[in-house]
Design a protein around this ligand. Structure first.
Ligand code: XIL
Length: 372
């Protein structure tokens, strides 16, 4: 509670009693482990849901990652114009509340609407290799440079490897930066980030690499290559967008893959954990869209899945944290992503009440702390 009062005091707010009591943050701090959530700048700024969104962050997390506000299309408006309004707001708020910030993402290595600015893609044929390299350096130096000392770690490159084999080196995606700079766009991105903040932890982040297989093998081959070039890479982020049937067990592919990161001399994080389930299908304008489990028994399975993921991460000494892809079910990306068929993927329900998964994570934290 001391922490809650401190945070509330800084914000000049009256203290709100939260349904989650003293929250998970105080436990995460004791372990200690970075325990974070993806957060939206506007949602914090607008103090949505009667203050419950902000309050849930303050009581449960000691880290946050802007969900969209640091992505290149959100920041990079034209050649020399970067708009930091929303990211500044959120990062200042986090810093004022003693919450660490994880940066996401400098190069989102595919050609989608939320990955790369449309104006940059439109210029592609007019840019030389040298000009493209200069642009990459300009952007990364400016963004990393702005938050030196305030962003503890960055996803430098996200999702560079394709889901299917494609014949390119490491099965890299056919993205703007790949076409302009070849494989070494990855090396350059890390190098430019390091130039701007040599103390920041620099990560490669991806999905569907969690339990081994072709894509994970490509990533490990890529890491070997980067290390041979002296690329300043520090860690691997595993996204972990999962289903309630996923329950990691010691010795299985999930554990083995995390161990491989350690053997490669790198750290790891679970960066985007959510555990989705089928939900009652409602029209997209229904306030309960994506929020109501189809089978309430899935809430128990979800609790087991969350506990197993957290237990696994904490069992490894090279774990640098666990982060959830959202504060609670109300603003999770899963319903939108799945067309309303899946959702209820986080620890707090639509009204910010703790779910069984919340309790199971809390119990793993308490067991990790051990007897006083
Ligand atoms: C998602 C956000 O959650 C959505 O709000 C947005 O519309 C699209 O991007 N992997 C990532 C994240 O690395 O950046 C994605 O975030 C989810 C998948």
């Amino acid at each position: 509670m001391a922490l809650l009062m401190f945070s509330a005091g800084l914000l000049g707010m009256t203290i709100i009693t939260t349904p989650q009591g003293s929250g998970l943050r105080v436990l995460a701090d004791q372990i200690p482990v970075n325990f974070g959530a993806a957060v939206g700048s506007d949602l914090v700024n607008n103090n949505v849901d009667g203050g419950k969104y902000r309050q849930s962050i303050l009581s449960n997390f000691n880290m946050l990652e802007p969900e969209n506000d640091l992505k290149p299309p959100a920041l990079w408006k034209s050649l020399k114009e970067i708009d930091f309004t929303k990211s500044d707001y959120l990062i200042n708020w986090a810093t004022a509340n003693n919450i660490k910030v994880r940066g996401h993402v400098l190069v989102y290595a595919s050609d989608g609407g939320y990955t790369i600015p449309a104006w940059l893609l439109a210029m592609e044929s007019s840019l030389t290799k040298k000009q493209s390299l200069n642009l990459l350096q300009f952007y990364i130096n400016r963004v990393v440079g702005r938050y030196v000392g305030r962003i503890a770690m960055w996803d430098v490159v996200n999702e560079a490897i394709d889901d299917s084999a494609n014949g390119r080196p490491y099965n890299l995606r056919n993205s703007f930066w790949y076409r302009k700079l070849g494989v070494d766009f990855i090396h350059y991105a890390f190098k430019f980030a390091y130039q701007s903040d040599p103390n920041c932890k620099l990560y490669y982040n991806d999905y569907n690499i969690e339990s081994g297989g072709r894509k994970a093998n490509d990533m490990f081959a890529l890491i070997t290559y980067l290390k041979s070039k002296g690329t300043p890479i520090h860690g691997v982020g595993f996204q972990y967008h999962r289903a309630v049937t996923d329950v990691p067990t010691p010795g299985d592919g999930y554990y083995q893959t995390i161990q491989r990161v350690r053997d490669a001399g790198l750290k790891f994080m679970i960066t985007e954990l959510d555990v989705a389930m089928p939900v009652v299908q409602l029209p997209s304008n229904d306030p309960n869209y994506g929020l109501i489990p189809l089978d309430p028994a899935d809430l128990t399975k979800q609790a087991q899945s969350y506990a197993a993921h957290v237990q696994m991460a904490l069992s490894f000494p090279h774990c640098e944290g666990i982060q959830l892809w959202g504060v609670g079910d109300k603003h999770s990306w899963i319903p939108g992503f799945s067309g309303g068929t899946r959702g209820a993927a986080l620890l707090l329900d639509k009204d910010y009440n703790p779910k069984a998964a919340y309790t199971s994570v809390r119990d793993v934290f308490i067991a990790k702390i051990g007897p006083k």
